[in-house]
Write a protein that binds this ligand. Structure first.
Ligand code: COA
Ligand code: AMP
Length: 634
């Protein structure tokens, strides 16, 4: 099968116009494009320029027109509220067109931004699709972020409308969203005129008169609205992701290229088509949720599962398996950390006993490196192909994967397999020269990127160029490091920047440092990601205190943990922090985070020639050892 795969990839690179022009037949167009790929403004590329279509029409209405209105579009499974129900394509169309009607009635027009801060309920998908229906640009913010993070995104996206809910439900209890939203709106300099609030039965939100409207009441009075014709190149959404600074990056995705790429991936990577059941156990606030809870499965007329719960504890580590069996899931997508959590609570797979998983053909893993232990445990217990694949918020869909719907290849532990058609992946050294097989380097992708990938950063073309395109002209910098083996299999090993990956969630250590430095006792802070058995990585902070600070360490730690939770949110999972007398730095003042990370994870490291004070490494090692990380004997 590898040859078949290689040929397909080669054809996508040698003739992208033909390859993607053909793939675009899976989408209904109002009028055809002038050119499949317009590179006249390189390094900004425009896919399907001149073409007109509507993403919502392709994800919803066309399935009703095709006679599949009674098929379940979204199967909602919420163990935390003990609720399960299905929404047919016909019902989805009614919900979405009515919500779009509400948006239109309050003056939301094409190109306006709508921010969505919601839990895992079907209304979140309605909200995204309603925006797509009228050409408003949605920006979904993950519910685990705090008010301050929400305010930063409100200021950047400048939404006309915010959709939110009274609460989310976590295993720890009901999380009130509305006070967080109110707080964010107070902090934000951009003023938002309208908020539509979904009141859930678990908690009633208080509404601010003149600004807030109850969801049911607002929508009840609204007319149904049809899909508008959009340019393929019009933006569909902005999704903020962590960069190396505290300011998140607003990844912009278009309509046409996105629909084409997702439809292609559903068929060729995930082996999913009309009527199949697909489940991505993620959150709509992340890119996986955008692409593979909402848009991808609906674009191809499949049934998508939307799950409000966790892999464990809601109520037990068998929840995933029973749900797969109950809803006939063919392809299942989750993060390695979720499998590690299940493995920890059910090492022998006892919860699999008696569960008939005949329906399940594949398990796809992404979001972080899949360690071989997790892969082998899943293979052994589930007896299904476990498919690692690699991608990022920016790309929107897989960059390296095993094409299970086209030509599956051998699975190699630790590798997301081969470059997906459209992506020319190279591993290069600092000078941009390709390294030999099995040698590590920076992973880059030759421009142009295929359809569906980011077109720019929201209102910040310069940052787009600086972050991704300037280091190696003609190439997109992924920010990941790794190598290719002699068969062209890719291995993604680490980040080259200060981004960490906590339970599949991408976070910036720079943002943690900014927050720690807000504390009046802190003079300086360094945050690194250290290895964690469950979450892959967790943040660990070392702070230097201002002279004369009298707080005891326990008090200080408690305050710093609370500060990070308040400013970034619970998703930061910030628990490890300690004070040190001095941080290791180069003579030019750069903190040696990489060296500290290696010490913490017991990896080999060289004392940099440029170090200002070698004794600082001993200080850090002793502190990390005390915290249970660096091994004192190394
Ligand atoms: N709204 C509000 N709070 C949220 C939230 C949301 N949408 N999502 C998470 N949180 C909170 C949690 O309640 C928890 O708070 P706590 O500190 O009060 O307990 C905190 O954020 C961390 O949550 P989480 O990352 O879920 O960690 P956990 O320790 O509760 O659970 C796992 C561990 C491994 C079970 C969980 O991280 C998991 O399911 N990971 C899979 C990740 C995934 O699918 N990633 C998507 C990329 S593909
Ligand atoms: P995000 O943008 O949040 O999806 O995070 C993307 C980052 O997660 C990538 O740049 C990688 O660092 C990491 N990542 C995602 N999937 C994988 C994978 N399959 N293997 C290794 N790292 C991965």
């Amino acid at each position: 099968m590898k040859d078949k795969n290689t040929q397909l990839h080669a054809s996508s690179i040698s003739n992208p116009q033909q390859f993607w022009g053909q793939a675009a037949q899976a989408i209904d167009w109002i009028s055809p494009w002038d050119k499949v790929l317009d590179d006249s403004e390189a390094p900004f590329y425009h896919w399907f320029k001149g073409g007109k279509m509507n993403t919502c029409f392709n994800a919803v209405d066309r399935h009703v027109i095709a006679g599949r209105g009674s098929q379940i579009a979204i199967q909602y499974v919420s163990p935390v509220t003990e609720t399960e129900y299905g929404i047919t394509y016909l019902e989805l169309q009614a919900q979405v067109s009515r919500l779009a009607g509400y948006m239109d009635s309050i003056g939301v027009k094409k190109g306006d931004r709508v921010l969505i801060y919601m839990p895992m309920v079907p209304e979140t998908a309605y909200a995204m699709l309603a925006c797509a229906r009228i050409g408003a640009i949605h920006s979904v913010v993950f519910g685990g972020f705090a008010a301050n993070e929400l305010a930063t995104r409100i200021n950047d996206a400048k939404p006309k409308l915010i959709l939110s809910a009274s609460c989310g439900i976590e295993p720890s209890g009901v999380v009130a969203y509305k006070p967080l939203l109110d707080n964010a709106l107070e902090q934000a300099t951009h003023k938002v005129g309208h908020c539509l609030i979904l009141n859930r039965s678990q908690l009633e939100a208080s509404l601010q008169q003149g600004r807030d409207v109850d969801w049911q009441r607002g929508v009840a009075a609204a007319p149904n609205i049809d899909c508008v014709a959009l340019e393929a190149t019009d933006p569909l959404y902005i999704l903020y992701t962590s960069g190396t600074t505290g300011q998140p990056k607003g990844v912009v995705r278009d309509n046409g290229g996105h629909s084409v790429a997702l439809a292609w991936s559903m068929k060729n990577i995930y082996d999913i088509g009309v009527g199949d059941s697909f489940w991505a156990a993620s959150d709509v606030g992340w890119v996986v949720g955008h692409s593979y809870i909402v848009y991808g499965p609906l674009l191809v007329g499949a049934t998508t599962l939307m799950y409000e719960g966790k892999p464990i504890g809601t109520p037990d580590p068998g929840a995933f398996w029973r749900t797969i069996a109950k809803y006939n899931v063919k392809s299942f997508f989750t993060a390695p950390t979720a499998i590690r959590a299940i493995k920890r609570d059910d090492p022998d797979g006892e919860y699999l006993e008696g569960v008939d998983l005949t329906c399940l053909k594949y398990v796809f893993l992404a979001g972080e490196r899949c360690d071989p232990d997790t892969l082998h445990w899943s293979e052994e217990k589930l007896k299904k192909p476990i498919i690692d694949h690699w991608w990022q918020t920016e790309t929107g869909w897989p960059v390296a994967a095993n094409l299970m719907g086209y030509a599956p290849v051998e699975v190699k532990a630790g590798s997301p397999a081969l470059a997906v058609p459209g992506y020319q992946i190279e591993v290069v050294d600092m000078m941009g020269d390709q390294v030999a097989s099995n040698e590590s380097g920076n992973v880059v992708i030759k421009l142009p990127l295929p359809p569906g990938t980011l077109t720019t950063l929201w209102q910040n073309e310069q940052r787009y160029k600086d972050s991704y395109l300037s280091m190696y002209p003609g190439y997109y910098l992924t920010g990941d490091a790794g190598y290719k083996d002699e068969d062209g299999y890719l291995y993604i090993m680490s980040r080259i920047d200060d981004i960490i990956n906590v339970a599949g969630h991408r976070l910036s250590t720079g943002r943690f440092e900014e927050v720690l430095c807000q504390h009046e006792a802190v003079a300086e802070a360094a945050v690194i990601g250290v290895a964690d058995e469950l979450k892959g990585q967790v943040p660990l902070g070392l702070v230097v205190l201002k002279k004369g600070v009298t707080l005891n360490e326990a008090e200080l730690n408690q305050q710093l943990r609370a500060l990070v939770r308040q400013e970034i949110g619970p998703v930061a999972a910030f628990r490890l922090v300690s004070a040190v007398q001095k941080l290791p730095k180069t003579r030019s003042g750069k903190i040696l985070r990489g060296t500290m990370r290696n010490i913490a994870d017991n990896k080999k490291y060289n004392v940099p020639a440029t170090i200002e004070d070698p004794a600082t490494l001993d200080i850090v090692r002793n502190t990390l050892t005390r915290m249970g990380y660096a091994d004192a004997h190394i």
